[in-house]
Write a protein that binds this ligand. Structure first.
Ligand SMILES: Cc1cc2nc3c(=O)[nH]c(=O)nc-3n(C[C@H](O)[C@H](O)[C@H](O)COP(=O)(O)O)c2cc1C
Length: 359
């Protein structure tokens, strides 16, 4: 099965890479991703000075990561003199270097990082939007490599953000950074968890990432997009590509489950492609142009139908918001007067026994 993606003259063996974060901080972490099956490698956001990160700074639940991390704790000199030359020498795949944040940082950093980067990814998490054109220009003046500007989800006018950075000379978009600010409470400690202000990532933010990717792709059919935010399994990768991404990244699910998850997802991709009738990743990028962007018919009012897979588990009966489903002797009965055609039962059926409302 062909998992490769060709964009911007670069070949990626598969579309998955790590996202900027603690998992790609420093030499050993970058060597890990150079040697695993990921399609590309990423460096944690490098700024001129190393960040002084308040500790503790990361907490996890089964569906989300909370963090108050900043950029790389290493000074840029360590990256430029000690880490990146080794990674460059051992390099087996394209390398994306994340960098931040101010114009003067980029004028200093980009010429020194350029040799080691196949693409740049620029964090805008702590940047005021009116500074964006100057920031992009300060990078473009110092490199011919592709520049991906990373969208943070707290930016309301995200299509305006994309237009501004592309007009100023950026190549593409990474969407999205962590969501927030938020606050988490630690009841046992009778205090806030980590800090007064934390950022959220992982599976619970997936729909927000997909929303930004889908709408950016719809408005900008031709720019390269790297999708990130909530990926945790092979099907998620396919969803992100169908929504509009060309490449994808993951971080939090690997913090929740362990970094072996990257190899597992890549190993699961052929099976997932086959299950949904695709013969390659490239096919999804082609198919989305005619399927996902078609007008949605909101006038359908079909009732649920049931197939032979029904186990009479009663979940649909319990959750129907209209009370329209009830159990007969060996089947579920639909009260068509009460049914509101919402689709919840079909989406929640654990054995795919309900059809006809959603699809
Ligand atoms: C602990 C932690 C540290 C992060 N550090 C960075 C960073 O240095 N630069 C950056 O652009 N994004 C950073 N991010 C955001 C991630 O790269 C990613 O955009 C976000 O977590 C959503 O993806 P995920 O749900 O797969 O984690 C960080 C996220 C976490 C959880």
């Amino acid at each position: 099965m062909n998992l490769s993606v060709n964009i911007l003259g670069l070949k990626f063996e598969n579309p998955l890479g790590p996202a900027a974060g603690p998992i790609v901080e420093g030499l050993e972490n970058m060597q890990f991703f150079n040697n695993n099956t990921c399609g590309y490698n990423v460096a944690k956001t490098i700024s001129v000075e190393g960040a002084i990160v308040p500790k503790p700074c990361i907490a996890g639940t089964t569906n989300a990561i909370y963090n108050c991390e900043l950029w790389s704790e290493h000074h840029s000199d360590i990256w430029i003199n000690d880490i990146l030359p080794i990674i460059h020498k051992e390099k087996k795949k394209p390398i994306v270097i994340s960098a931040g944040y101010k114009e003067e940082d980029f004028r200093y950093l980009i010429p020194k990082l350029d040799l080691f980067a196949d693409m740049f990814e620029i964090s805008t998490h702590y940047v005021s939007e009116d500074l964006l054109p100057g920031i992009v220009r300060s990078i473009r003046e110092n490199t011919e490599k592709p520049i991906f500007m990373k969208l943070s989800p707290h930016i309301d006018d995200f299509l305006g953000f994309v237009k501004t950075v592309i007009d100023a000379g950026a190549t593409g978009i990474v969407a999205i950074n962590s969501l927030g600010p938020g606050t988490a409470i630690d009841l046992k400690a009778r205090s806030v968890l980590l800090a007064e202000q934390i950022w959220m990532s992982g599976p619970s933010i997936k729909p927000i990432a997909l929303h930004r990717i889908y709408n950016i792709r719809k408005a900008f059919p031709d720019i390269p997009i790297i999708g990130v935010g909530g990926i945790g399994k092979a099907e998620d990768v396919l969803e992100f590509i169908l929504a509009g991404a060309d490449l994808v990244q993951m971080l939090s699910s690997a913090l929740i489950k362990g970094r072996g998850l990257y190899d597992k997802i890549i190993k699961d991709l052929p099976k997932a492609l086959e299950k949904y009738g695709f013969s390659s990743i490239e096919e999804i990028r082609q198919v989305r142009k005619t399927t996902i962007f078609k007008d949605i018919d909101t006038a359908v009012d079909n009732h649920p139908s049931f197939n032979e897979k029904c186990t009479m588990c009663m979940l649909c009966v319990k959750i129907c918001p209209a009370g329209a489903l009830s159990a007969a002797e060996k089947s579920i009965v639909v009260d068509k007067e009460k049914c509101i055609h919402c689709g919840l039962c079909e989406s929640r059926c654990p054995v795919d026994a309900i059809y006809g409302v959603l699809r």
